[in-house]
Design a binder for this molecule. Structure first.
Ligand code: KG4
Ligand code: ZN
Length: 336
């Protein structure tokens, strides 16, 4: 059987990324141009700035990806691209680029759902992982518990009612003066703090055991900080970070393990930027071991936004016969 080489493009938020992936699981190149330094000034991603920067960078990033993989456009079998969800202006840059390459080189075009990409990141380093399994997707924009029934067949069994897990990390980080993006900073500072120092609430939603809510937790942190300020007490930021992080990870672990057990699977994967959190990884690993569940997770660089994961997802879509036309559009609120 002939190898399938896919050029994948990702531009849904603040990373301009391109990758060449062979047969869905072998990454030949994975180029990521991050805009974090630009958006830091504003404490979050500014959509207009993101779009402009994508336009500036995308050709260079694709060239680098092809060069590092040691292939040319002539070697490719298809072009994969994230077409949603995400920032519409940012998505459009990748989609237009993918369409142009597809048209010029007569290559099949495969649109990919960004979350399907995050989930598929698990296939890259875990050659034995195949559906069915349960995946906890925790990123800056999404918190989903997903049953992966087969390649391309997803069932969302739980989701956040308000903030995404990564959003909660970013907001709490801002409140304690850590800056953007908050997740990695809270992760680091927590190592110096006591996770039992402050008791923050863990929200559970009556009748929906797999749903999440993080806005109450965020408010509890803000109230705690205000309380300290009013009383003139000094805040131990490391304790706040560690205690907040524990409250988030406890809930994520609890819900994910419960889902795997009740749905009768024996495999759990995690995905998305927050899946690179060291406390979450350790806690999930331990819980899986105790419950005889096989635990899968991508390396941190494949957890946050990248195009290799889009290449992995595009491969399985390509094999299933998914093809998009040149009328493919960016869909900011695309459903999985
Ligand atoms: O998946 P991602 O790169 O972009 C989205 O699709 O949203 O996720 C970014 C999110 C940010 O909220 C960031 O703060 C969070 O992932 N994040 C982390 C860590 N690294 C990134 N959160 C907790 N711990 C980390 N180590
Ligand atoms: Zn993402």
């Amino acid at each position: 059987k002939k190898d399938v080489l896919i050029l994948a493009i990702e531009s849904s938020c603040d990373e301009t990324a391109a990758s060449v992936v062979k047969n869905g699981r072998e990454v030949l190149s994975n180029i990521i141009s991050s805009q974090i330094e630009l958006h830091k000034l504003y404490g979050g991603v500014v959509p207009e700035i993101a779009s402009r920067k994508h336009i500036e960078k995308i050709n260079q990033v694709i060239e680098e990806a092809l060069k590092e993989a040691d292939v040319t456009l002539d070697d490719l079998d298809a072009v994969g691209v994230t077409y949603g969800p995400g920032l519409v202006g940012a998505l459009l840059v990748g989609v237009a680029e993918a369409k142009a390459i597809s048209y010029a080189r007569k290559l099949p075009l495969v649109g990919v759902h960004h979350i399907e990409g995050h989930i598929s990141a698990n296939y890259i380093e875990n050659k034995d992982l195949e559906p069915p399994f349960v995946c906890l997707v925790v990123s800056g924009g999404h918190t989903h518990l997903v049953v992966v029934n087969d390649y391309g067949k997803y069932e969302i069994i739980g989701r956040t009612r308000d903030d995404a897990a990564g959003e909660a990390f970013d907001k709490v980080a801002r409140a304690i003066g850590l800056g953007y993006p908050g997740g990695p900073k809270i992760d680091r500072l927590s190592r110096e703090g006591d996770p039992e120092a402050i008791h923050f609430p863990k929200a559970r939603i009556e009748g929906s055991p797999y749903d999440f809510s993080f806005s109450g937790l965020k408010s509890a942190v803000l109230n705690y900080l205000n309380g300290c300020r009013m009383k003139g007490e000094e805040v131990c930021r490391a304790d706040v970070a560690a205690s907040f992080q524990k409250a988030v990870t406890d809930v994520l672990v609890e819900h994910a393990i419960k889902a795997v057990k009740e749905y009768g699977y024996d495999k759990l994967a995690i995905a998305g930027g927050v899946a690179s959190n060291s406390t979450l990884r350790t806690a999930m690993e331990r819980a899986c071991r105790n419950n005889k569940i096989k635990f899968y997770h991508p390396s941190p660089i494949l957890c946050t936004d990248n195009a290799a994961m889009i290449g992995a997802a595009a491969y399985y879509e390509y094999i299933r016969g998914t093809r998009h036309g040149l009328d493919l559009n960016a869909v900011p609120n695309l459903k999985l």
